[in-house]
Design a binder for this molecule. Structure first.
Ligand SMILES: O=C(O)CCC(=O)C(=O)O
Ligand SMILES: [Fe+2]
Length: 217
């Protein structure tokens, strides 16, 4: 955000896990939000995920490229309306590659990874996400996370389990978080969002998180 009282510099939260505050400029946040609104429409739109335990996730989710369900990927919404998953647009793949290059300070193009999955999660004021690993992908390529709207507390731990140590990071609208290498299978989650903190001009009530991934499928 412009005019920040205390600048938020990029930070390596754990080896391979990098937080880049304010990476996505406001016009690109708007473009991504508009796209999310389109993707959220049925068929294969925003849905509530039921866990094998019988409980419902509090976030609502829409997928592109591959449909995520607990625990795997499919080409159709196997646990919903059965429709084919919406395509993963090439511009999102370019955004992911440039995010990785930016976070790790590597050359754009040095990563051969072909991003082909987006998971878009919508958090209302009470939604949260428990500690978990993103382990249904076959590729070790870094996960790219972009946040829009309300800020949240993002908890980032380690691959060994849902135990301390962890770091709580505040993710705000436009922030980038990349986790790859030794952090690729670290446990992470969102204990809470901070309702009412979205940039007023974005026009989003609540929080959206978009993770971009390589399926390896
Ligand atoms: O909302 C976030 O910041 C994290 C989302 C997440 O961990 C996931 O979609 O697997
Ligand atoms: Fe995750």
């Amino acid at each position: 955000m412009d005019g920040e009282l205390f600048p938020r510099p990029p930070a390596e939260v754990a080896p391979g896990a990098v937080h880049v505050p304010g990476w996505l400029p406001a016009p690109e946040q708007r473009r991504l939000l508009d796209a999310c609104r389109e993707w959220a429409r049925p068929p294969a739109g925003l849905r509530t995920v039921r866990m094998p335990s019988g409980g419902d996730m509090s976030v609502r989710t829409v997928c592109l490229g591959w449909h995520w369900f607990p625990y795997g990927y499919a080409r159709t919404v196997v646990d919903g309306d059965g429709a084919p998953v919406k395509p993963f647009p090439p511009w999102l793949g370019e955004l992911a590659r440039s995010a990785v290059a930016h976070a790790y300070g590597t050359e754009l193009g040095s990563s051969a990874a072909d991003y082909d999955i987006a998971l878009v999660n919508f958090y209302d004021d009470t939604a949260k996400m428990g500690l978990h690993r993103d382990s249904d992908e076959k590729s070790p390529a870094p996960v790219v996370s972009l946040s829009l709207g309300d800020s949240c507390v993002f908890r980032f731990g380690h691959p060994g389990g849902r135990t301390r140590p962890w770091t709580d990071v505040e993710l705000r609208s436009g922030d980038l978080f990349v986790f790859g290498g030794p952090a690729r299978l670290a446990y992470h989650g969102v204990p809470r969002t901070l309702p009412g903190t979205a940039p007023p001009r974005l026009g989003l009530k609540g929080r959206l998180n978009i993770t971009l991934r390589v399926s390896g499928l």
